[in-house]
Design a protein around this ligand. Structure first.
Ligand code: NAI
Length: 220
Protein backbone atom coordinates (compact mmCIF):
# COMPACT_ATOMS: atom_id res chain seq x y z
CA UNK A 1 0.00 0.00 0.00
CA UNK A 2 1.61 3.28 -1.02
CA UNK A 3 1.83 6.23 1.31
CA UNK A 4 -0.42 8.87 -0.10
CA UNK A 5 0.01 11.13 2.86
CA UNK A 6 3.21 12.89 1.92
CA UNK A 7 1.73 16.36 1.43
CA UNK A 8 2.77 19.23 3.65
CA UNK A 9 -0.26 18.97 5.89
CA UNK A 10 0.74 21.72 8.26
CA UNK A 11 0.90 24.24 5.39
CA UNK A 12 -2.87 24.00 5.29
CA UNK A 13 -3.42 24.04 9.05
CA UNK A 14 -3.36 27.11 11.21
CA UNK A 15 -0.43 26.05 13.37
CA UNK A 16 -0.61 29.34 15.31
CA UNK A 17 -3.54 28.16 17.41
CA UNK A 18 -2.05 24.89 18.60
CA UNK A 19 -2.13 24.60 22.39
CA UNK A 20 1.21 24.96 24.21
CA UNK A 21 0.57 21.57 25.88
CA UNK A 22 0.62 19.87 22.46
CA UNK A 23 3.74 21.73 21.40
CA UNK A 24 5.52 20.68 24.60
CA UNK A 25 4.92 17.01 23.74
CA UNK A 26 6.29 17.25 20.18
CA UNK A 27 10.04 17.25 21.02
CA UNK A 28 9.57 13.99 22.89
CA UNK A 29 7.75 12.41 19.93
CA UNK A 30 10.52 13.67 17.67
CA UNK A 31 13.18 12.11 19.90
CA UNK A 32 11.45 8.71 19.93
CA UNK A 33 10.94 8.75 16.17
CA UNK A 34 14.62 9.61 15.69
CA UNK A 35 15.60 6.58 17.80
CA UNK A 36 13.26 4.32 15.80
CA UNK A 37 14.67 5.63 12.55
CA UNK A 38 18.25 5.02 13.67
CA UNK A 39 17.21 1.49 14.66
CA UNK A 40 15.97 0.83 11.13
CA UNK A 41 12.23 0.78 11.92
CA UNK A 42 10.35 1.71 8.72
CA UNK A 43 6.73 1.54 9.82
CA UNK A 44 5.06 1.40 13.21
CA UNK A 45 1.47 1.06 14.37
CA UNK A 46 -0.10 3.86 16.32
CA UNK A 47 -0.57 1.51 19.30
CA UNK A 48 3.01 0.33 19.38
CA UNK A 49 4.37 3.85 19.03
CA UNK A 50 2.17 5.23 21.78
CA UNK A 51 3.05 2.29 24.08
CA UNK A 52 6.73 3.03 23.64
CA UNK A 53 6.24 6.71 24.30
CA UNK A 54 3.96 6.10 27.25
CA UNK A 55 1.09 8.20 25.92
CA UNK A 56 -2.31 6.89 24.92
CA UNK A 57 -2.80 6.15 21.23
CA UNK A 58 -5.70 8.59 21.16
CA UNK A 59 -3.61 11.37 22.71
CA UNK A 60 -0.89 10.84 20.11
CA UNK A 61 -3.42 10.75 17.25
CA UNK A 62 -5.15 13.86 18.55
CA UNK A 63 -1.85 15.70 18.83
CA UNK A 64 -0.94 14.81 15.25
CA UNK A 65 -4.41 15.72 14.02
CA UNK A 66 -3.62 19.31 15.00
CA UNK A 67 -1.22 19.27 12.08
CA UNK A 68 -3.36 17.26 9.71
CA UNK A 69 -2.63 13.70 10.93
CA UNK A 70 0.08 11.61 9.35
CA UNK A 71 -1.06 7.98 9.46
CA UNK A 72 -3.34 5.78 7.45
CA UNK A 73 -5.99 3.85 9.29
CA UNK A 74 -4.75 0.28 9.59
CA UNK A 75 -1.28 0.96 8.19
CA UNK A 76 0.36 2.84 11.01
CA UNK A 77 3.00 5.47 10.50
CA UNK A 78 5.94 5.74 8.16
CA UNK A 79 8.66 6.53 10.70
CA UNK A 80 10.97 8.49 8.44
CA UNK A 81 8.18 10.61 7.02
CA UNK A 82 6.71 11.34 10.44
CA UNK A 83 10.15 12.15 11.87
CA UNK A 84 10.83 14.70 9.13
CA UNK A 85 7.36 16.21 9.32
CA UNK A 86 7.70 16.59 13.06
CA UNK A 87 11.13 18.18 12.58
CA UNK A 88 9.64 20.57 10.05
CA UNK A 89 6.82 21.52 12.41
CA UNK A 90 9.42 22.16 15.13
CA UNK A 91 11.43 24.34 12.75
CA UNK A 92 14.42 22.01 12.87
CA UNK A 93 14.85 21.65 9.12
CA UNK A 94 16.09 25.23 9.07
CA UNK A 95 19.35 26.32 10.61
CA UNK A 96 18.87 27.84 14.07
CA UNK A 97 21.86 29.89 15.15
CA UNK A 98 22.21 30.55 18.87
CA UNK A 99 24.36 32.98 20.83
CA UNK A 100 25.00 32.56 24.54
CA UNK A 101 25.28 35.58 26.81
CA UNK A 102 27.35 34.71 29.90
CA UNK A 103 30.20 32.26 29.31
CA UNK A 104 30.44 30.98 32.88
CA UNK A 105 29.59 27.51 34.17
CA UNK A 106 26.19 27.20 32.57
CA UNK A 107 27.01 29.02 29.33
CA UNK A 108 29.98 26.74 28.78
CA UNK A 109 27.95 23.65 29.67
CA UNK A 110 25.39 24.58 27.01
CA UNK A 111 28.11 25.23 24.45
CA UNK A 112 29.58 21.81 25.24
CA UNK A 113 26.34 19.98 24.53
CA UNK A 114 26.74 18.21 21.19
CA UNK A 115 23.09 17.23 21.00
CA UNK A 116 22.10 20.73 19.92
CA UNK A 117 24.14 20.31 16.73
CA UNK A 118 22.44 17.08 15.74
CA UNK A 119 19.06 18.82 16.03
CA UNK A 120 20.01 21.69 13.75
CA UNK A 121 20.97 24.21 16.43
CA UNK A 122 24.33 25.89 16.03
CA UNK A 123 25.97 27.80 18.83
CA UNK A 124 27.93 30.42 16.95
CA UNK A 125 29.21 32.67 19.72
CA UNK A 126 29.44 33.23 23.46
CA UNK A 127 29.62 36.70 25.00
CA UNK A 128 30.96 37.83 28.34
CA UNK A 129 32.35 40.83 30.22
CA UNK A 130 35.15 38.93 31.92
CA UNK A 131 38.50 39.59 30.18
CA UNK A 132 39.77 36.21 31.38
CA UNK A 133 37.09 34.43 29.35
CA UNK A 134 37.11 36.65 26.26
CA UNK A 135 39.11 35.07 23.44
CA UNK A 136 38.90 31.51 24.72
CA UNK A 137 36.95 28.88 22.81
CA UNK A 138 34.43 26.30 23.98
CA UNK A 139 34.19 23.33 21.59
CA UNK A 140 35.56 25.59 18.88
CA UNK A 141 33.16 28.48 19.57
CA UNK A 142 34.73 31.77 20.56
CA UNK A 143 33.90 33.85 23.63
CA UNK A 144 33.54 37.46 22.47
CA UNK A 145 33.57 40.70 24.41
CA UNK A 146 29.95 41.75 25.05
CA UNK A 147 30.85 45.02 23.30
CA UNK A 148 30.99 43.00 20.05
CA UNK A 149 27.31 42.09 20.34
CA UNK A 150 26.00 44.75 17.93
CA UNK A 151 28.43 44.00 15.12
CA UNK A 152 28.14 40.24 15.60
CA UNK A 153 24.35 40.29 15.35
CA UNK A 154 24.56 42.55 12.31
CA UNK A 155 26.94 40.15 10.56
CA UNK A 156 25.31 36.83 11.51
CA UNK A 157 21.82 35.43 11.32
CA UNK A 158 21.09 34.89 15.00
CA UNK A 159 17.73 33.24 15.76
CA UNK A 160 18.01 32.63 19.51
CA UNK A 161 19.90 34.27 22.40
CA UNK A 162 20.46 32.19 25.53
CA UNK A 163 20.83 34.14 28.78
CA UNK A 164 23.22 32.49 31.22
CA UNK A 165 24.37 35.56 33.12
CA UNK A 166 23.55 36.86 36.60
CA UNK A 167 19.88 37.66 37.12
CA UNK A 168 20.68 41.27 37.99
CA UNK A 169 22.13 41.74 34.50
CA UNK A 170 19.68 39.66 32.49
CA UNK A 171 16.79 42.17 32.03
CA UNK A 172 19.03 44.92 30.70
CA UNK A 173 20.90 42.58 28.35
CA UNK A 174 17.58 41.12 27.14
CA UNK A 175 16.34 44.60 26.23
CA UNK A 176 19.53 45.29 24.36
CA UNK A 177 19.14 42.03 22.42
CA UNK A 178 15.59 42.95 21.47
CA UNK A 179 16.74 46.35 20.25
CA UNK A 180 19.26 44.53 18.09
CA UNK A 181 16.47 42.51 16.49
CA UNK A 182 16.55 39.26 18.47
CA UNK A 183 13.02 37.79 18.68
CA UNK A 184 13.61 34.62 20.73
CA UNK A 185 15.18 34.45 24.19
CA UNK A 186 16.10 31.22 25.95
CA UNK A 187 16.24 32.48 29.51
CA UNK A 188 18.13 30.56 32.19
CA UNK A 189 18.51 33.51 34.58
CA UNK A 190 16.09 33.19 37.51
CA UNK A 191 14.21 36.39 36.68
CA UNK A 192 11.04 37.18 34.77
CA UNK A 193 11.77 39.24 31.70
CA UNK A 194 9.46 42.07 30.84
CA UNK A 195 9.74 42.29 27.07
CA UNK A 196 7.36 43.28 24.25
CA UNK A 197 4.61 40.71 23.64
CA UNK A 198 5.91 39.61 20.28
CA UNK A 199 9.20 38.46 21.79
CA UNK A 200 9.28 34.72 22.38
CA UNK A 201 10.70 33.76 25.75
CA UNK A 202 11.33 30.22 26.91
CA UNK A 203 12.32 30.05 30.57
CA UNK A 204 14.32 27.06 31.79
CA UNK A 205 14.64 26.73 35.55
CA UNK A 206 16.13 23.56 36.97
CA UNK A 207 15.32 24.72 40.48
CA UNK A 208 11.60 24.81 39.66
CA UNK A 209 11.89 21.25 38.46
CA UNK A 210 13.68 20.00 41.59
CA UNK A 211 11.12 21.82 43.77
CA UNK A 212 8.36 19.97 41.95
CA UNK A 213 10.11 16.72 42.78
CA UNK A 214 10.56 17.86 46.37
CA UNK A 215 6.82 18.58 46.59
CA UNK A 216 6.06 15.05 45.43
CA UNK A 217 8.51 13.52 47.91
CA UNK A 218 6.94 15.43 50.77
CA UNK A 219 3.30 15.05 49.73
CA UNK A 220 3.16 11.36 48.89
P1 NAI B 1 28.77 32.05 36.38
O1 NAI B 1 29.09 33.10 37.36
O2 NAI B 1 29.66 30.87 36.24
O3 NAI B 1 28.60 32.71 34.92
C1 NAI B 1 28.00 33.94 34.68
C2 NAI B 1 28.80 34.65 33.61
O4 NAI B 1 28.10 35.81 33.20
C3 NAI B 1 30.18 35.11 34.11
O5 NAI B 1 31.20 34.58 33.26
C4 NAI B 1 30.10 36.62 34.06
O6 NAI B 1 31.34 37.22 33.73
C5 NAI B 1 29.07 36.82 32.94
N1 NAI B 1 28.46 38.13 32.95
C6 NAI B 1 28.17 38.95 33.99
N2 NAI B 1 27.60 40.09 33.57
C7 NAI B 1 27.52 39.99 32.21
C8 NAI B 1 27.03 40.86 31.19
N3 NAI B 1 26.49 42.04 31.46
N4 NAI B 1 27.13 40.44 29.91
C9 NAI B 1 27.67 39.24 29.62
N5 NAI B 1 28.16 38.38 30.53
C10 NAI B 1 28.07 38.76 31.81
O7 NAI B 1 27.29 31.59 36.73
P2 NAI B 1 26.52 30.28 36.22
O8 NAI B 1 26.57 29.25 37.25
O9 NAI B 1 26.95 29.95 34.85
O10 NAI B 1 25.01 30.83 36.19
C11 NAI B 1 24.64 31.78 35.21
C12 NAI B 1 23.18 32.17 35.38
O11 NAI B 1 22.37 31.02 35.16
C13 NAI B 1 22.80 32.67 36.76
O12 NAI B 1 21.80 33.66 36.61
C14 NAI B 1 22.25 31.45 37.46
O13 NAI B 1 21.34 31.78 38.49
C15 NAI B 1 21.56 30.79 36.31
N6 NAI B 1 21.40 29.34 36.42
C16 NAI B 1 20.22 28.85 35.99
C17 NAI B 1 19.97 27.52 35.97
C18 NAI B 1 18.69 27.06 35.41
O14 NAI B 1 18.28 25.94 35.59
N7 NAI B 1 17.96 27.92 34.74
C19 NAI B 1 20.94 26.54 36.47
C20 NAI B 1 22.19 27.14 36.88
C21 NAI B 1 22.39 28.51 36.85
Amino acid sequence: MPDNNHGNHSDRINVKNISPAVIKRLPRYYRYLGDLLRNGVVRISSNELSNRMNVTASQFRQDLNNFGGFGQQGYGYNVEFLYHEMGRILGLEEKNNIIIIGAGNLGQALANNQEFDSNGFSIIGLFDVNPRLIGMTVRGVEVYDIDMLESFIRDHEVKIAALTLPKTKAPQVAERLVELGIRAIWNFAPVDLNLPEDIMIENVHLTDSIMTLSYRIHNQ
